[in-house]
Design a protein around this ligand. Structure first.
Ligand code: IMP
Ligand code: MG
Length: 180
């Protein structure tokens, strides 16, 4: 079993890059079907979602798609702070548009609820939420997720864009914390 150390914590291999990509492909297939004939705007939630967004977006072959980025932060170290800080906002006009929000992971649901509420006020035609990962046992908000790549246990993870205090985003696989 492949193990790594980031800062003071140990992690073990949890989801291989291959498995991640097959989850991304499944979401991409469904979205290509669902978005045919539309001109959606994808919104990637930075920082964590940049790898998921890149892998998904290049698979949007049957859609005239655009992408934009917002930057939100709610995690400090390996825990949620319970509040969302907006670090970069949305510059596009989304009125009447189909918007697809791309999130790396839904944990408490606070981030997704926050962005959904912000987008609603800008009168889009529809808002579709796609998340690579979901921790169902950590959810404290009632959020409607349209596409979920994989459900995972409520353990802290890093890799494929996800970090522990800034480190680990560059890992191609996803690693799960070893509770010692
Ligand atoms: P939420 O607002 O609690 O749903 O958390 C969402 C954000 O927290 C995600 O977009 C991630 O950036 C971050 N996050 C949640 N769980 C983890 C984790 O296990 N590792 C690293 N970041 C996480
Ligand atoms: Mg995120």
């Amino acid at each position: 079993m492949k193990k790594i150390k980031i800062h003071n914590k140990n992690f073990k291999l949890f989801i291989s890059h291959e498995k991640i990509l097959s989850a991304v492909e499944k979401i991409a297939d469904s979205l290509n079907e669902k978005l045919k004939g539309k001109q959606p705007l994808f919104i990637c939630i930075l920082n964590g979602s940049f790898m998921f967004a890149a892998d998904l977006f290049k698979r949007m072959e049957s859609v005239e798609a655009e992408i934009s980025f917002v930057k939100l932060a709610s995690y400090k170290g390996d825990k949620t702070t319970g509040e969302v800080k907006q670090l970069i906002g949305l510059s596009q006009n989304i009125e009447g548009r189909t918007v697809v929000v791309l999130e790396d992971i839904v944990d408490s649901g606070i981030t997704i609820e926050n962005i959904q509420e912000q987008l609603r006020q800008l009168n889009p035609r529809e808002v579709i939420i796609a998340t690579l990962l979901l921790k169902p046992d950590a959810l404290i908000k009632k959020v409607q997720l349209d596409y979920v790549g994989m459900e995972i246990p409520n353990d802290f993870i890093v890799g494929y864009g996800l970090d522990y205090d800034g480190q680990g985003r560059n890992l191609a696989d996803i690693f799960s914390i070893i509770n010692e």
